[in-house]
Design a protein around this ligand. Structure first.
Ligand code: PLP
Length: 392
């Protein structure tokens, strides 16, 4: 087995270099750190035609993952999700090629398993014993599960109005859950105040370098799913933006590896009308998103009023000729049901949001019926039964 080719970490704003062997949260400039690899070396073994015999989960791309060789991985089988062709919805909408990347089959029912799976392995390798996380929903459950698998202590802070399933799965896995009268941003602040004193390692979105590395594997997988090519458009439900930024990073790496040229799928960020900081910034031509006051939506994963990676999301959208669009909760739930009835997959409202956005963009001719489009269903509907009941 060939090893990880990670070489250093780099500040996403200033380019300052950091030692990947040490534990890090944000850079000195307060910005996300990005993992960099020796891709010339990785190229020798990481070739599309070499992948067939490898393990099926996200660790099959180990040359561009941050864990050294011979590490005993804590894994629950994250990644390797199916790309489903939505034939019945193609007929319904009169389009040629529509697909769903179905992340609901990940461990703990969402793609958060990819990010937390990568983060926890990297952190354990660097000596961490106790973890903490602020969460709007699925991230807490994923961290709790990996901590349970690894036998590590886990502290989860979530808004007190988060649907019960998210809290129960954390407690069931043995995590310490604190319910906060506020939003994920308030949860983050509470953790920041005590984590150093308590000796916790905080794995907030983009505030440590490796959740991004887990999520980027979705970009590598799409290339394999499409028989060594990429689709025209990707619609992604955006909260903290790790998936969007992760795939954008993956495509750059894949170009350096010689897998693709300079062409990119258009990245379309989908947000909830009640919490749409990226859409607002996109429409105003801003480089940063700022904070969204009074955030509300039943799509827990989209209830992220402020994101440290905002400028990276906006750059990824701009550089790929993408766009950002919002949908209401009502549209989201209506299209969650259309997606379920047209595919057999019970999606998270975030998945419904993306189908609603696709339909709007199709009607506005911003996506053509001939374009190969991928909808990300980022989670399972089973944790959101309250939202489906209200939508009835
Ligand atoms: C967290 C989450 C999102 C948002 O993901 P980011 O990559 O942080 O933008 C979308 N959908 C679901 C189901 C989530 O749990």
């Amino acid at each position: 087995m060939s090893e990880s080719t990670i070489s250093h970490l780099e500040c996403s704003k200033t380019g300052k270099v950091y030692d990947y062997k040490k534990l890090h949260n944000l850079s000195d400039a307060g910005k996300p750190l990005l993992a960099r690899y020796d891709l010339e070396k990785a190229k020798k073994t990481l070739r599309p035609e070499n992948l067939a015999g490898r393990r099926r989960d996200m660790w099959r791309y180990h040359e561009v993952m941050p864990i050294p060789e011979n590490t005993e991985l804590v894994s629950l089988g994250e990644g390797g999700t199916p790309l489903r062709r939505l034939v019945r919805l193609e007929n319904k909408f009169g389009v040629e090629e529509l697909y769903m990347k179905d992340e609901s089959v990940n461990p703990t029912g969402s793609f958060k398993a990819r990010g937390l799976g990568a983060a926890i392995n990297a952190a354990i390798d660097r000596g961490v014993e106790v973890f903490s996380i602020p969460t709007a929903g699925n991230a807490g459950g994923a961290l709790a599960a990996y901590c349970a698998a690894a036998g590590k202590e886990c502290h989860v802070y979530m808004p007190k109005d988060t649907p019960a399933a998210f809290r129960i799965e954390c407690e069931s896995a043995g995590a310490h859950v604190v319910l906060v009268d506020g939003l994920i941003s308030d949860c983050g602040k509470l953790i920041a105040q005590i984590k150093d004193e308590k000796g916790w390692f905080d794995v907030s979105t983009l505030k440590e370098p490796y959740r991004l590395e887990g999520k980027k594997t979705m970009g590598y997988e799409l290339f394999e799913d499409f028989g060594f090519s990429l689709p025209d458009v990707i619609l992604y439900p955006t909260g903290g933006g790790t998936g969007l930024i992760g795939m954008w990073k993956a495509f750059d790496e894949m170009q350096e590896l010689g897998w693709i040229g300079s062409e990119r799928p258009r990245l379309i960020s989908v947000q909830a009308a009640g919490c749409a900081p990226v859409v607002r910034a996109w429409e105003n031509g801003w480089d940063e998103a700022g904070f969204w006051e009074g955030a509300h939506t039943c799509a827990s994963g989209l209830r992220v009023p402020g994101a440290v990676g905002d400028f990276l999301m906006l750059r990824a959208i701009r550089e790929t000729n993408g766009l950002a669009i919002s949908v209401t909760d009502k549209e989201m739930m209506e299209y969650s049901n259309i997606l379920a009835a047209g595919s057999g997959v019970f999606p998270a409202p975030e998945g419904g949001a993306v189908l609603a956005a696709y339909k709007k963009l199709l009607d506005r001719s911003e996506i053509k019926p001939t374009e190969k489009a991928v909808l990300f269903n980022t989670g399972s509907g089973y944790k959101y039964l309250e939202a489906f009941q209200l939508g009835e």
